[in-house]
Write a protein that binds this ligand. Structure first.
Ligand code: MD3
Ligand code: FE
Length: 204
């Protein structure tokens, strides 16, 4: 369903094998050295979401090749199979074969209390689409407008296996997660809470 121009929601896009593969991969990417960490904001706040990065490390509000806000270790590489999945995601969502070569993955883990305030994603140098893949518990995703944090917005429930692609005029829309829905999980996955994997093109 097209929620706004360029914003396409494809419920239940991931098959069971791919959902399981992604959960297992997230476990491997969350190494002890480069594990899930709650980013610290310049205003002193700490995000309730915990994040692992592939390809480029994100910290408020920039990208680097090393984990600068933890220990300076090199960022985990972005695997080729994840780029192929991203290309298939954008092609399926838009209904046309496209070239899409993501080189950043941000993997967010939400426990039952985690949320993400309305924000824009402006730290990438490219305006190529963002691919979002949801696993585990469902959430209420708030998709706003490009002008400001206020209304109008549309609330969409994102469930395990859903694909959402944000391109074109939606790429700079405000968006966030107002709540996770515990006990709305995926009985086929060994996962507590919610994982969201976003694929992006850095443009760097
Ligand atoms: C719309 N993540 O990592 S995914 C983020 O569920 C982020 O973890 C949320 O917002 C999550 O920055 C929302 C949906 C999403 C991701 C990126 C977008 C929507 C977007 C970029 C531009 C517009
Ligand atoms: Fe975002």
């Amino acid at each position: 369903a097209e929620v706004a121009p360029g914003a396409v929601h494809v419920p239940d896009w991931l098959d069971l094998e791919t959902r399981r593969r992604l959960v297992a991969a997230c476990r491997e990417w969350a190494t002890p050295r480069a594990g899930f960490r709650a980013a610290r904001l310049p205003n002193g706040g700490v995000m309730s979401v915990r994040t692992v990065c592939l390809g480029w490390h994100w910290y408020p509000y920039k990208y680097s090749k090393t984990i600068d806000d933890v220990d300076g270790a090199p960022v985990t590489p972005f695997p080729g199979w994840l780029a192929e999945l991203g290309q298939r995601a954008v092609s399926d969502a838009y209904g046309a074969a496209v070239e899409y070569q993501p080189d950043i993955a941000l993997i967010n883990h939400y426990d039952s209390a985690a949320k993400m305030g309305l924000h824009q994603d402006k730290d990438e140098a490219s305006l190529e689409p963002v691919v979002s893949l949801s696993l585990g518990d469902a959430c209420v995703f708030r998709f706003g407008n490009t002008e400001h944090r206020g209304r109008p917005w549309t609330d969409v429930e994102l469930r395990s296996g859903d694909l959402f692609v944000f391109g074109g005029p939606s790429r700079l829309a405000f968006h966030g997660v107002t709540k996770t829905l515990p006990d709305h999980g995926d009985p086929d996955l060994d996962l507590s809470g919610r994982l969201n994997i976003t694929l992006r093109v850095s443009g760097f």
